[in-house]
Design a protein around this ligand. Sequence first.
Ligand code: FNR
Length: 336
Amino acid sequence: MSEAGRVYLEGVAGDGSIARRNRDDWDRWSIVPRVLRQVGPADARSEVLGILSSAPVWVAPVAAQGLGHPEAEVAVARAARAAGLPIVLSQAASRDAEDVAAAAGVYLQQIYLPEHRPAIEPFLDRVVAAGAAGVVLTVDQPASPHVHPFRLAAAAARPLVSPRRPPLPEGTPPAGALHVADIAWLAARTGLPVLVKGVLHPDDARAAVEAGAAGVVVSNHGGRQIGGSITSARALPAVAAAVAARAAVLTDSGIDDADDVFRAVALGADAVLIGRPVVRALWDGGEDAAAALLAELRDEFAHSLQLAGYEDVAALRRAGRGALRALDGPEQKEER
Ligand code: FNR
C-alpha cells in the first residue's frame, strides 16, 4: 500500500494521543469472569433492529478503500458475509452501493447530507432499491473549512479501482449543517431505520431518538474529528442509560479485539462497529485476511462470553457493568 494510503487510514486529529486513548479506555475495564454456572458453548448471535448477525459486530463505514485494494468495499462485503456480519458502506466508498449490496449479507448505507437535500435523493433511491437494511446518518462531520492533513493524503494517493457512479452530482459540497429534523426527513424519504452516528453526549442521543432515530452510534469517528474528544468507552454508559430502552445503541472507535466487544456490550452497546482493523487486513492481506479477522473476532467473542460465564449476548447485557471492574484510578471514580 502507498505511504499516502497509510497516512490517510491511520490519521487522527490533534497531537495523535487520541488513537491511544481510544484503545486504552476500553482496556481499563477488566472482565470479571463468573464460574460454576454450567455455561456450555455460548451463543454469540445478535439482533439489532431486526438485523441478525453472528456476533454483535458490524463493519464500519470507511471511505476510499480503493486506495489499497482493487475490489475495495466489495471484497470487505464478501468477507463480512462469510463471517455472518453486516456491513455499513461509506457514502464516499470506492465501489458502487449496488455492487457492495450484492456481495454483502446485510448491507446498510452511511449518509452525509449535503446542504442542498434534493441532491442526494437519487442516491437514496438507489440505496433503497439495492436493499439496504438501514441508513446511518453521520452527524459528526459537518461542512468545515478545516481539512485535516490526513484527509488530503487520500487525494494524493491513486485509487486502484475503476470509476463508480457517484452518490452526489459533480461539484455538490459534500456535507451541510444538520438539524434533528433531518432524521425524520431521512426516515420518511427512505422508509428505513435511521441510526445517527457520532453521538457522544446523552442529551444529543435523547434528542436524536425523540426526533425519530431508531438508534445511535457512540463514536468519535476513530479520533479523526477532535483530538481532545471524549472516548467512546467513556461516553457510552451515559448514552446507553439515556436511550437504550427506546433505541439501539452501537459504538466504535478503538475497538480492536473480542474483549473490547465484550466490554462494549457490558457497557450498554447492542453491537460495535469495526473500522481500521478491517481495512488494514484488506490492504495488507486481501479479502482472505479481512474474512479471517472478522471470523476470529466472532469466534473469540463467543469464547470470551463462555469463559466469562454468559450463555448469550442478552445475558451479558443483563449483567451490564457487573461483568466488569474499572481499573483503579482517580479519574475512574465518576464511572463507578
Ligand atoms: C472513517 N470513518 C468514516 N465514518 C463515516 O461515517 N463515513 C466515512 O466515510 C468514514 N470514513 C473513514 C475513513 C477512514 C480512513 C477512517 C479511519 C474512518 C469513521 C469510521 O466509520 C469509524 O467511526 C472509525 O473508524 C472507528 O474507529 P476504528 O475502528 O477505526 O478505531
